[in-house]
Design a protein around this ligand. Structure first.
Ligand SMILES: O=C(O)CCC(=O)C(=O)O
Ligand SMILES: [Fe+2]
Length: 353
């Protein structure tokens, strides 16, 4: 499977023709592979290495320091620090093998800067002065790229009223820094019970991803069902993958890119070696919290009825997070009463043709 590399600047500052070409190539890549790669996206190598430096500095703090800003587990957006082995994204899968895979990661989650509903949690250690300001600006720049990509989808789909961009405002995105600690290759390659992150799709319309040079990210080739490595070819390469929201909005026309992080290609089959630690930044772009994740009217017809339930982006996120944090049973059966999310389960993203 080859993943197209698109020149973002052709859309952000190109001619009318370049914009059209980019927009159609983006949709084609999303439809065929569930992702694309972007170059000339505005982030330079200095900025990206600074981001990885901050992430490393944060994760290098003692656990007690990181635990001063704990993410309170709940069916809600994540904020602050979540330790190793808490979240299990494999639980979203219908495949029993994937469901039993444990993730091996710790992460820091950040939302919109002025979010009063789910406020951010920032470390106050002297070594981390500057982290908040840097990450806040980084978040903003990612948001602009995502909104621009929504404009490209509008152009490709002939949506002339700006309604796709409007659906993603105000920002409800979660930016996640993930650290995958060193791990013996046998723990992942041999016993097959551990992954760095189990196969999954993200929840929002798209995700922007930057990874360090360690390797191990893989995406599913939907023509064969086999996972293929997405190696960091150049340090500034940005990966964009399609998430569940775009699948729902397009009534199943664009499927999410299923991805995982596992043993780096060069270490597969090796014995007695330790896989180095790995850092990634995922800008988990989201629709506005009150926006519907039911299919857009232009993707529904008499012969192609709605395959997905009408629920808000926040309801969807609460529901999915309740699964990966193992809160779903409590959530759906509390006092014998549903909390408004369970009904949605029936029409979720399962049997899409
Ligand atoms: O670390 C990576 O490359 C992927 C992270 C990821 O899939 C996620 O945070 O949803
Ligand atoms: Fe992901």
């Amino acid at each position: 499977m080859s993943i197209p590399v698109l020149d973002y600047s052709h859309f952000s500052s190109g001619s009318r023709e370049q914009r059209e070409t980019f927009a159609h190539a983006l949709v084609e890549s999303f439809e065929k592979t569930g992702l694309c790669k972007l170059e000339y996206h505005g982030f330079d190598s200095k900025q990206l290495s600074e981001m990885f430096d901050w992430a490393r500095k944060f994760f290098d703090q003692p656990i007690d320091t990181k635990q001063k800003i704990p993410n309170d587990i709940g069916p809600k957006p994540m904020r602050g620090y979540t330790p190793w082995r808490v979240e299990e994204v494999g639980k979203l899968s219908f495949d029993n093998m994937v469901r039993s895979l444990k993730d091996s990661k710790e992460h820091f989650d950040q939302g919109p800067e002025h979010d009063t509903e789910f406020p951010n949690k920032w470390p106050s250690e002297p070594e981390l002065v500057g982290f908040q300001a840097f990450m806040t600006a980084f978040y903003q720049q990612c948001d602009e790229v995502c909104l621009t990509l929504m404009k490209a989808l509008e152009l490709a789909w002939g949506i002339s009223d700006g309604s796709l961009v409007a659906r993603c405002m105000p920002s409800a995105t979660d930016l996640r820094l993930t650290h995958y600690p060193t791990i013996a290759v046998e723990d992942m390659d041999q016993d097959k019970k551990t992954c760095r992150i189990a196969p999954h799709t993200d929840f929002g319309p798209i995700t922007l991803l930057f990874q360090d040079g360690t390797g191990g990210l893989e995406v599913e080739d939907r023509t064969t069902g086999i996972f293929v490595p997405v190696s960091p070819a150049i340090p500034t390469e940005m990966i964009v993958n399609v998430g569940d929201t775009l699948t729902r909005w397009t009534n199943g026309r664009i499927l999410g890119g299923v991805h995982q992080v596992t043993v780096p290609e060069a270490m597969k089959g090796a014995r007695g070696v330790t896989i180095p630690s790995r850092i990634s930044m995922a800008y988990l772009f989201k629709a506005g919290r009150e926006v519907s994740l039911g299919p857009l009217p232009s993707f529904v017809s008499a012969t192609n009825p709605a395959k997905f339930a009408d629920m808000t982006a926040l309801e969807y996120q609460r529901w999915r997070n309740s699964i990966i944090y193992s809160l779903d049973k409590e959530l759906y059966t509390q006092d014998g009463k549903e909390l408004g999310l369970a009904g949605a389960q029936v029409l979720q993203q399962a049997p899409v043709v």
